[in-house]
Design a protein around this ligand. Structure first.
Ligand code: SAH
Length: 278
């Protein structure tokens, strides 16, 4: 995808300078560099905000999406705020922009998809409902999660959302083209706490460990041991996994002083977790 592709064109006030603290093309093997503060601080970027005749105001449609999420049972104010704040249309190719606020997964290239807002918000809410978080913030207050590891950056949408509910986000992607695309998409948002890493998420990112939360946007057959090793005590992992036969389900793993407690939740449909780089 060329970096000069036309941007989705909802009316938007963007154009802040960027501080994504990670040189995006660096392999994980040189990942210690990625922890350096704002190694890549790029200049002020203005997005072209040209009307393309969509006749939609993104804030209004996004608000409707959030209302639907609430109808589906999302209650955490931190999730609701994040879903209302991050503009999903900015992560999509222009041909798909008018479907941006439907509760559907959409193609992002390289055979991958952006996850459904319903599933993304459900997974974030599960992270915030970890027993340790409820202790910190029993009335679903303002507490943020600590450091999060996300596997499967894709177009960067969920990474941006996670950046709203956590102090630091390390997001890994195995497909270089998507890693680059996510960097482009996130640039105007100025999220210095979101770090993009090119690498195989199945091995996690030990340099950032231990993580208060681990979230995967790709589903495997078995839980990689590295994820358990890198999950902090009292941390929570949420990932799609094959649970019974071929059916994927959301798996929650809590790291308790007594060990790892696994809970299998509803069926989901995510792209496969693959090993190695592409
Ligand atoms: N959260 C993303 C969803 C992307 S789909 C978004 O908001 O757009 C899942 C992504 O997981 C795909 O981009 C896929 O390439 C990636 N993926 C699959 N296996 C992976 C692995 N082992 N390490 C890192 N990324 C992986």
């Amino acid at each position: 995808m060329s970096t000069s592709r036309p941007r989705p064109s909802f009316p938007a006030k963007l154009g802040k300078s960027i501080a994504i603290g990670a040189p995006a093309a660096a392999p994980v093997s040189s990942a210690q560099q990625l922890l350096k503060p704002a190694a890549t601080r790029l200049g002020k970027t203005e997005l072209p905000v040209q009307a393309q005749g969509l006749g939609l105001d993104s804030q209004v449609v996004r608000h409707k999406m959030v209302l639907k999420l609430q109808e589906q049972g999302i209650t955490d104010p931190r999730v609701i705020l994040a879903m209302g704040r991050i503009e999903r249309h900015r992560f999509l190719d222009s041909a798909l922009v008018n479907q941006a606020y439907e509760d559907t997964s959409l193609p992002i290239g390289y055979g991958q998809t952006i996850s459904k807002p319903g599933v993304v918000s459900r997974m974030m809410e599960l992270l915030l409902q970890a027993p340790s978080m409820l202790k910190k913030s029993p009335t679903q207050g303002q507490a943020k999660l600590g450091r999060i590891l996300e596997i499967g950056t894709g177009c960067g949408y969920q990474a941006a959302l996670l950046g709203q509910i956590a102090s630091e986000v390390y997001s890994m992607e195995r497909v270089r083209g998507l890693h680059d695309k996510a960097r482009e998409n996130l640039r105007p948002l100025s999220l210095p706490n979101v770090h993009l890493l090119l690498g195989d998420g199945m091995v996690g990112y030990p340099k950032g460990a231990p993580y208060a939360a681990i979230i995967s946007a790709a589903g495997g057959d078995a839980l990689p041991q590295a994820w358990l090793d890198q999950l902090a005590l009292h941390g929570r992992l949420v990932a799609p996994m094959v649970a019974h036969g071929t059916q994927q389900a959301l798996l929650v793993v809590d790291h308790t002083p007594q060990g790892f407690v696994h809970t299998v939740l509803e069926a989901v449909h995510f792209v496969p977790l693959k090993s190695g780089l592409a």
